[in-house]
Design a protein around this ligand. Structure first.
Ligand code: IMP
Ligand code: MG
Length: 175
């Protein structure tokens, strides 16, 4: 079985949109205490570019390890925290940074978890959204791109841990 890649979003398109999202967040949160919660591993490249597009000085970055996938392309529906935040988020304005909202189960779970920790606010910034696959409805406050129901890789996203290093987002097909 061989895997082929077709570009869905090229580097320039992603970079331009990430800059816009950063500018929007900078405007909305001026003067507030923001924590970007980077959901590992898929969001690491998006978060790295997004945080540099946010023009704020009182910005914290923390990481959360989450596992909801096996080696396949279907969610197990079970969200496991593999690495928790390094500090409390009470009283802070949290922005969860996700690579992709697919079924919505991961974000819904994280919103519930974080609300128990009394942050001032919790919002979601996702690079990609696949509304066709939604199993629970989640509000994505800052969204890069809405995409069709295709399994995508690159720019942090993987297929069985491969392709995270691609600088663009592609569709992987097997034949
Ligand atoms: P959800 O819980 O179904 O919304 O899925 C969230 C997680 O599944 C994302 O953070 C990704 O890690 C993974 N995921 C969902 N769709 C894709 C895809 O098309 N490519 C790679 N990973 C995906
Ligand atoms: Mg992810």
């Amino acid at each position: 079985m061989s895997e082929r890649l077709v570009t869905m979003l090229d580097q320039e398109t992603i970079a331009a949109r990430v800059k816009e999202l950063g500018a929007q967040i900078s405007r909305d949160y001026q003067g507030q205490n923001v924590v970007l919660v980077v959901v590992l591993k898929g969001s690491f490249l998006f978060a790295a570019d997004l945080c540099r597009a946010i023009d704020m000085h009182n910005l914290r970055i923390d990481f959360l390890g989450v596992r909801s996938y096996g080696e396949g392309t279907e969610t197990s529906g079970v969200v496991q925290i593999t690495q928790d935040l390094s500090r409390p988020i009470a009283g802070e304005d949290v922005i969860i940074v996700e690579d992709i909202v697919d079924t919505g189960l991961t974000i819904a779970h994280l919103m519930d978890l974080f609300r128990t920790r009394n942050p001032r606010s919790v919002k979601v910034c996702a690079l990609l959204h696949k509304p066709a696959r939604a199993r629970v409805s989640v509000d994505v406050d800052y969204l890069g791109f809405t995409i069709e129901d295709k399994f995508v890789v690159g720019y942090g996203l993987d297929f069985a841990e491969k392709y995270r290093n691609l600088p663009y987002i592609g569709i992987v097909t097997r034949d």
